[in-house]
Write a protein that binds this ligand. Structure first.
Ligand code: NI
Length: 152
């Protein structure tokens, strides 16, 4: 595994739409592992490939519930409820803000073995999935802030 360079707000790559991954092969698996290493290095709970300069639909998540997720082509196929909480982002290190997200999501994705999987996520895990999928569409949490942290 290797650390990758993080991209920061203002870098236009963070505003581009990422491409679908046709097959999860060794190259994609290496990207996933490098992204995890980079995420842990900077104490994040999720990371999307554009944040390391790669416009592929790949995200990794570890919300410290004992599980690590590596997802290619993640897609939310159902959502319910609502939650509002403060978010941050490794690509926007100086800012925090309250963002509204679904309380529960069902996500379909391709796992590291190139198998299609589906899971239901709730709370922080659901929030992380939504935040990382936003990155794949060129959206940053600052676009969705409903209340600045310093106004609380
Ligand atoms: Ni982020």
């Amino acid at each position: 595994m290797a650390l990758r360079n993080l991209r920061y707000e203002g870098d236009e790559i963070l505003r581009k739409k990422s491409r679908e991954v046709p097959i999860v092969n060794d190259r994609v698996r290496m990207l996933m592992d490098d992204m995890l290493e980079t995420m842990y290095e900077f104490d994040g709970v999720g990371l999307a490939a554009p944040q390391v300069g790669i416009l592929k639909r790949v995200i990794v998540i570890d919300v410290e519930d004992g599980k690590v997720y590596k997802m290619a082509n993640p897609k939310i196929i159902n959502n319910s409820g609502e939650q509002s909480a403060q978010e941050g982002c490794l690509s926007v290190p100086e800012k925090k803000g309250v963002v509204s997200r679904p309380m529960k999501v069902t996500v379909e994705y391709t796992n590291e073995n190139n198998e299609i999987e589906k899971l239901e996520a709730e709370g922080l895990f659901a929030r992380a999935i939504c935040h990382e999928i936003d990155h794949l569409n060129g959206v940053l949490f600052v676009d969705r802030v409903i209340e600045d942290a310093n106004e609380e």
